[in-house]
Design a protein around this ligand. Structure first.
Ligand code: CAA
Length: 248
């Protein structure tokens, strides 16, 4: 298939651990992969490294917590690449700390980056998807939205909010060829998880029945499945992928 006819997949937070694996997997699947990033310095090195390994991504800078900036980014993607067929709302941050000490700044920052971004990006692509009668929106939540986690009131609230959004939007666009799903990863071997203090992390890993952290490519594999045309009867679902750490 030539470049113009490939499905376009936009992955926010592309340069992070999960984002990188998703970009590479969807690229290998044949998508035209558009990566979003916020930190230009980090992205520059990342793009060079991906290129050296044979991955050509189309990259767009934007703070996904900024509604107007996202609007401009999506308009540019549509103009330069084409309409977005698959949106993976993956961008996310942590600002952990017990709630009694949590600042309003850290509450706002996590809610805006992890949850408002889902509104911002989905809102700017949804009408195009509906008009073309095809689309996939995949929201990357967390096991900690399903079960709670000491020190993550902000993160768990944002990530749980994501799935309420998924269920509702899934119903609204179900007859328009657009599916909306959530993936809730457990503890994966990313920089975000490795930033948790070692003694805390060791205790968490000890609670995972499979006995190890997840691999980024294991999450990417599930993204690829939900993004596929064949997954058209799956919508409004929340896929747990956590090594058995939380079973519901
Ligand atoms: N359960 C119960 N009590 C706990 C606890 C726990 N899990 N962890 C700490 N405490 C208690 C301590 O015993 C201590 O109690 P006292 O005050 O009575 O002595 C108190 O809480 C700790 O106080 P601190 O001042 O050290 O706590 P803090 O506000 O600095 O926060 C923390 C501690 C940094 C949040 C730490 O608990 C922590 O790192 N938790 C893990 C957070 C985590 O899992 N983050 C995941 C990041 S990766 C990710 O988010 C990806 C994903 O989706 C999975």
């Amino acid at each position: 298939m030539d470049k113009q006819n490939r499905y376009v997949a936009l992955i926010t937070g592309a340069t992070g651990g999960l984002g990188t694996a998703m970009c590479r997997k969807l690229y290998n699947d044949g998508y035209r992969v558009v990566g979003n990033y916020n930190n230009a310095e980090k992205a520059k090195k990342w793009i060079e490294q991906q290129k050296a390994e044979g991955y050509e991504f189309e990259m767009f800078q934007c703070d996904v917590s900024d509604y107007d900036a996202v609007g401009k980014m999506i308009a540019n993607i549509e103009k330069e690449i084409g309409a977005v067929d698959v949106l993976v709302n993956n961008a996310g941050i942590t600002r952990d700390g017990q709630f009694r000490k949590m600042t309003k700044e850290n509450w706002d920052l996590v809610l805006k980056t992890n949850l408002y971004s889902v509104f911002n990006c989905s809102r700017h692509v949804i009408n195009q998807m509906v008009e073309r009668n095809y689309g996939r929106i995949i929201n990357i939540s967390s096991v900690n939205a399903q079960r709670g986690q000491f020190g993550q009131a902000n993160y768990a609230a944002a990530k749980a909010g994501m799935h309420g959004f998924t269920k509702t939007l899934a119903m609204e666009v179900a007859r328009k060829g657009v599916t909306v799903n959530t993936i809730s990863p457990g503890y994966i071997g990313t920089d975000m998880v490795m930033a948790v203090a070692e003694e805390v992390r060791d205790k968490i890993v000890a609670e995972i029945p499979i006995g190890r952290l997840g691999g980024t490519e294991e999450i990417a594999h599930l993204v690829s499945f939900l993004a596929s045309k064949q997954a058209s009867f799956i919508t409004g679902a929340n896929y747990a992928i956590n090594g058995g750490q939380h079973v519901a």
